[in-house]
Design a protein around this ligand. Structure first.
Ligand SMILES: [Zn+2]
Ligand SMILES: [Zn+2]
Length: 258
């Protein structure tokens, strides 16, 4: 059994054939799905999907690309929903910063403020965090430590393979591994994989994005977690079954679901 710990089932790319996507995954033994919160506009759709499917859960959060929606967004009713399992995805993403140095700094400050606020919410409601980090490892780690995020832990989704983040395993953080592991140019992730404590490994697709080989260029879907598990098994010299068992156990623990 596999758990897809990060799959944007509320994305319009799945609107037409969602039940078929889920059915294919279930037949392939993918048994739980977590929809991360990114943009409040699609949250209602995420909840609809969760209410129609026992094996789908959601998180509520604001992605660093959507921070302008933070000010007028009330998390509370969503956090209290019985299928809300986490806060996020939240974090820092400095990859797309625009403008002059001053504008970039303003954007960074704002992202940091919204990230800190979500960590505090996670602590208040005792929910783990789904953390998105891109080109911002140092600042993200500093904030997680300063805000004592270890109280709730969480997952560094789409782990960027930066070794400086590995010590967050000691703060209750898991490492989300996705399709990137199967890419030809994934040397950095391939090299760091054995250094991740095995009780902190989880699998994710991040669909519809980051489709694993040999389906690159197509829409990603939760069934493809199989390809990630197979690659992980090869690299860690284990059976695929052992990897599935291990990462499932970790994911259930991370999100406190059964
Ligand atoms: Zn992300
Ligand atoms: Zn995502």
């Amino acid at each position: 059994m596999i758990i897809d710990t990060h799959i944007h089932l509320d994305h319009d790319k799945y609107e037409e054939d969602l039940q078929e996507v889920l059915q294919r995954a279930r037949q392939g033994d993918v048994k739980r799905f977590v929809i991360p919160g990114a943009d409040p506009k699609t949250l209602q759709r995420a909840i609809e999907v969760c209410e129609a499917n026992d094996d789908v859960f959601f998180a509520v959060g604001i992605h660093p690309y959507d921070i302008e929606s933070f000010a007028d967004f009330d998390f509370t009713p969503f956090i209290l929903h019985p299928k809300c399992v986490a806060i996020g995805e939240c974090g820092l993403d400095y990859f797309r910063l625009e403008g002059d140095e001053e504008a970039k700094q303003r954007e960074k400050d704002l992202q940091q403020e919204v990230f800190r606020a979500q960590i505090r919410l996670a602590k208040k409601y005792k929910k783990p965090l789904i953390v998105h980090i891109r080109d911002a490892s140092r600042d993200s780690k500093a904030i997680l430590l300063e805000e004592s995020a270890a109280e709730v832990g969480g997952v560094l989704h789409c782990f960027n393979a930066d070794e400086e983040l590995l010590s967050l395993a000691n703060e209750g953080f898991y490492f989300g591994i996705g399709g990137v592991l199967t890419f030809k140019n994934a040397k950095k992730l391939v090299n760091v994989l054995p250094k991740i404590p095995q009780d902190k490994l989880v699998i994710e697709t991040d669909g519809p994005y980051l489709t694993p080989t040999p389906h690159r260029g197509e829409r990603n879907e939760p069934l493809y977690t199989k390809l990630i598990a197979a690659k992980m098994a090869e690299l860690l010299e284990k059976d695929q079954e052992q990897i599935e068992e291990l990462t499932t156990k970790n994911a259930l623990q991370l999100f406190d679901i059964s």
